[in-house]
Design a binder for this molecule. Structure first.
Ligand code: GDP
Length: 302
């Protein structure tokens, strides 16, 4: 239900698998698996994960463990589900016991960072927490205004700065201090859209993380990387880079209501071992959902 309307392209690309498996018989295995491999590749699964999946299916078929097209399809879905739900990959937020918990939202411009922060604020607030927003995207002029709108919409307080080109770390520190003084439960920190060629922005992100850690031991509790679900395998180097620089604790995958490319999600989770925590399925306040791996797999292989 969550993914209705999304993944049309991925779904179409993968639909060919059903037809292939309908007529599968043992002597046909290699041809069928070649075509299955092709279908996974055009669905952005990436070569590494595709080979892993296909070779494990081949082994199980020849070992006599998979005896029908339906069994192969189920095994395929299960192997994707296993990657997405690897041991220790918890989708719940880890907020610790100290107040305030601090969540940093990072990602490249246009991916849906500010929108996701707003939707997350709504979610946390609906769950009974007090939430303070910190407008740390000091690089893009309109970002604070956009966040102000979300603060109003969700009834959250916001800390921002009028100063042009202010350091993100000083705005975020100010917010965390305020949160501490006022006993706020959660501070949500917006950050600048990092172009991963721009070293200073990355440095700024590291400085922000350090400043926050000085104010509250154990914080930031979560650093969530927003990934645009429509960008396909481009999200892989992006995720790698952010993780190396700042250490990512979870992904927010946005725009899954549109023509999102499902396969690359599996690749990113597999390579980095970082769980998807939330998915964005629209632009409204309620359009951020906890990631349900099973629903995701059923949506792309429907
Ligand atoms: P930022 O630059 O990373 O802060 O990105 P924004 O939050 O400004 O989002 C960029 C655009 O994507 C805006 O027009 C958002 O409304 C839109 N957007 C963000 N998340 C979603 C989503 O889950 N679904 C859809 N359809 N649009 C989204």
């Amino acid at each position: 239900k969550i993914f209705t309307g999304g993944f049309s392209k991925t779904r179409d690309n993968l639909a060919v698998i059903d037809e292939l498996l309908l007529y599968w018989n043992l002597s046909d295995t290699d041809r069928v698996l070649d075509e299955l491999e092709e279908a996974l590749l055009v669905s952005d699964f990436g070569p590494k994960i595709t080979i892993k999946i296909v070779e494990s299916l081949r082994d199980d078929i020849y070992a006599g463990k998979l005896k029908s097209g339906t069994e192969i399809k189920d095994a395929l879905k299960k192997s994707v589900l296993d990657i997405l739900t690897k041991k220790g990959a918890k989708t719940e937020l880890k907020l610790g016991f100290r107040k305030p918990a601090v969540i940093m939202i990072v990602g490249v411009n246009g991916g849906g960072k500010t929108t996701s922060l707003g939707k997350l604020a709504y979610r946390l607030k609906s769950g009974g927490a007090t939430v303070l927003m910190a407008a740390g995207d000091t690089f893009r002029a309109a970002a604070s205004d956009q966040l102000e709108i979300w603060a109003e919409r969700t009834g959250c307080e916001i800390v921002s700065t009028e100063k042009e080109k202010a350091k993100a770390s000083s705005v975020l520190s100010k917010a965390v201090k305020k949160g501490k003084e006022e006993g706020v439960d959660i501070v949500l920190c917006d950050t600048s859209g990092r172009l991963h060629t721009n070293y200073n922005l990355m440095e700024d992100l590291v400085a922000s993380k350090r400043a926050i850690a000085k104010l509250v031991p154990g914080a930031p509790n979560e650093i969530l990387l927003v990934l645009d679900g429509t960008t396909g395998l481009n999200m892989l180097p992006q995720a790698r880079e952010f993780n190396e620089v700042v250490g990512i604790t979870g992904f927010i995958l946005t725009k899954l209501d549109g023509s999102a490319r499902g396969g690359c999600v599996v690749s990113v989770v597999d390579e980095l071992g970082i769980p998807v925590k939330f998915v964005g399925v629209g632009e409204g306040v309620e359009d951020l959902q906890p990631f349900d791996a099973e629903a995701f797999v059923n949506a792309i292989f429907s």
